[in-house]
Design a protein around this ligand. Structure first.
Ligand SMILES: [Zn+2]
Ligand SMILES: [Zn+2]
Length: 353
């Protein structure tokens, strides 16, 4: 973990040090020495796009200053499956995102880029075109450079984007899709996914829980977790780079139902991207939240409150429902999470592995 990541920022510093987005890094690399003002102009211009960069100052230290590694994990989306703003949502939190006053985001997904010559995706969000645009914008990599998609499970936000690989869209050629056994069968035996298989747009490779897959400079290991498994298993991924390890675990029912202890897992990794669907209880008025069980961010922070600051700082909350005020970088809830020593994933954040 680099020193910037571990530093405790004052609020003023955090605003001044607003984390480098993919476009910031692109810009800085090619125009070293330019003024912050020019970066801000660039950010404003690119803010036009739907999966946009934060347009308000974000009270958070984000995390890449040192670009030494050849393996980078980038955040392509941070929202729960339905994205943010969500369909038919015109509450103030959604209206501000529709209007571009606060950041919008597609469903949660990460990109693992290797030597800027190839990349892997973790999950295939419905907003796959925008996610791939982000990869292209930062590294100029195209769909033909995509070496694999690791799916966590068969819920809308995590695999619906596969449709963009079919004949109506990219007409992709045998993109490897890594899936657990039930997920594999589900895709192979149900339209419209089966058409992708039959037309060889995708080639499904079977994973097994706890079995490590080895690629170039990285290894990926699926860890099965308890979740609403209507159509598939659900897994998180342990991603091991040349220097560092990350956990990607966007969905889990409850920490105590898992066969691992979260505190032990956090000790094993450098970056833990974990389920932050809901901030607190009662967040879905009129709906029974027990039907969509997730550990709330409040309960997760409570569970981890006795960890050393260096360990709490490894936590990067992700997969936020549109009701979760942490989606707004300027909200009081965001400030509280940061002040308690945790991090919140933002679109464009990148992490050296
Ligand atoms: Zn999800
Ligand atoms: Zn899910």
């Amino acid at each position: 973990m680099n020193s910037t990541y571990g530093k405790v920022w004052s609020l003023k510093e955090r605003v001044a040090q607003q984390g480098p987005t993919l476009i910031d890094r692109w810009f800085v690399k090619r125009h070293s020495g330019v003024e912050l003002m020019l970066q801000a102009v660039m950010v404003l211009i690119t803010g036009f796009f739907l999966v946009s960069l934060p347009v308000r100052a974000e009270p958070q230290s984000v995390l890449v200053q040192n670009r030494s590694s050849e393996v980078t994990l980038s955040v392509l989306g941070i929202a729960q499956d339905a994205g943010h703003p969500q369909v038919d949502c015109y509450a103030p939190r959604c209206l501000s995102a529709w209007r571009g006053e606060t950041p919008a985001s597609g469903a949660t997904a990460l990109a693992l880029t290797i030597k800027k010559t190839s990349f892997y995706l973790f999950d295939a969000p419905p907003e796959l075109p925008a996610a791939l645009y982000q990869v292209w914008r930062s590294s100029r990599l195209r769909l033909t450079d995509l070496k694999g998609i690791f799916l966590t499970h068969a819920h809308m936000g995590h695999y619906a984007g596969l449709l963009h690989l079919g004949k109506e869209a990219a007409g992709a050629n045998a993109v490897p899709v890594f899936a657990m056994p039930r997920m594999k069968i589900f895709l192979e035996t149900n339209a419209p996914w089966a058409q992708l298989v039959n037309d060889r747009n995708i080639r499904i490779r079977a994973l097994a829980a706890e079995r490590t897959e080895v690629f170039e400079q990285v290894t990926v290991t699926p860890w099965q977790v308890p979740h609403r498994d209507e159509y598939s298993e659900t897994v998180g991924y342990l991603i091991q780079g040349p220097n560092k390890r990350a956990l990607y675990l966007p969905d889990i029912d409850q920490w105590h139902r898992w066969n691992r202890r979260l505190v032990d897992v956090i000790r094993q990794v450098d970056f833990a991207f974990i389920d932050a669907t809901f901030f607190g209880a009662g967040e879905l008025p009129g709906r029974d939240m027990s039907l969509v069980p997730h550990p709330t961010v409040e309960s997760t922070m409570h569970l981890l409150k006795d960890l050393a600051p260096e360990l709490r700082n490894r936590v990067i909350f992700i997969h936020m429902n549109n009701t979760n005020p942490m989606l707004d970088p300027a909200s009081a809830h965001t400030g509280r999470v940061i002040s308690e020593g945790f991090n919140i994933a933002r679109v464009g954040s990148a992490f050296d592995l």
